[in-house]
Design a binder for this molecule. Structure first.
Ligand code: 4BW
Ligand code: 4BW
Length: 157
């Protein structure tokens, strides 16, 4: 694989690095919490997007928020899982990215968020950008720089 130059890294866009919507686990606003918990447990993820039937982003739902919602005074009241809807428990104030946002914008965003949803101009969900995808490129770039610099040092001896 060719060496990754700084200009190439910083010219990468969110669209180059994101996971496409078809591969992203998600739930819908009207689903009961029981269904959301099932999707979260089965997919293995801790937080996933909430979409409407037309694929517009509505929020995010997490295992922690669901368990908090059904936590009673003395026990988890699991019977509530079938009554409460995702829309009542989801987080709605979520930061988003666009496909043409550049690498440095994405890097800054993933400092505070494990992943961000990627939306088009009309608010339709296109996919997610994960911290893993950004760290993978940073890792590649830094390792190649170190390798290249040590090769130059050796030729200068
Ligand atoms: O099923 C998994 N497969 C792989 N390859 N890695 C996984 C899996 N589950 C978790 N991981 C790893 C990843 O490194 O644990 C990290 C934290 O998972 P999370 O947050 O707490 O469930 C993962 O880091 P990441 O790939 O940078 O993903 C950050 C967050 O993005 C995840 C999850 O909330 C969300 N996410 C990632 N891929 C997703 C997804 N949500 C829905 N569908 C997907 N395909
Ligand atoms: O309460 C939170 N406050 C803030 N500011 N960010 C949070 C909070 N909860 C989650 N986050 C964000 C962080 O970006 O979601 C990421 C995943 O959380 P996690 O994994 O699945 O609970 C957080 O990424 P992180 O800060 O890089 O933390 C990665 C993981 O390290 C967390 C958790 O398992 C662990 N961790 C972090 N701070 C911790 C902690 N565990 C115990 N105590 C702490 N103070």
């Amino acid at each position: 694989m060719a060496k990754l130059e700084l200009q190439e890294l910083t010219a990468m866009t969110v669209g180059d690095l994101m996971i496409e919507s078809e591969k992203v686990a998600h739930v819908q606003m009207n689903n009961p919490l029981e269904h959301a918990l099932l999707v979260l447990v089965k997919s293995g993820y801790s937080v996933i997007p909430v979409l409407d039937p037309t694929y517009r982003l509505k929020g995010m739902i997490s295992k922690t928020a669901i368990l908090n919602e059904v936590l009673g005074m003395e026990r988890f009241e699991m019977e509530k899982l079938s009554v409460i809807k995702v829309s009542e428990t989801m987080l709605t104030d979520v930061p988003v990215l666009k496909k043409d946002d550049l690498f440095l914008t994405a890097l800054k965003a993933v400092v505070n968020h494990a992943f961000l949803c990627v939306l088009d101009e009309e608010g339709y969900f296109e996919g997610i950008l994960t911290r893993r995808a950004i760290l993978k490129q940073m890792n590649r770039y830094l390792h190649e720089q170190i390798h290249f610099n040590s090769a130059i040092d050796k030729t200068n001896v």
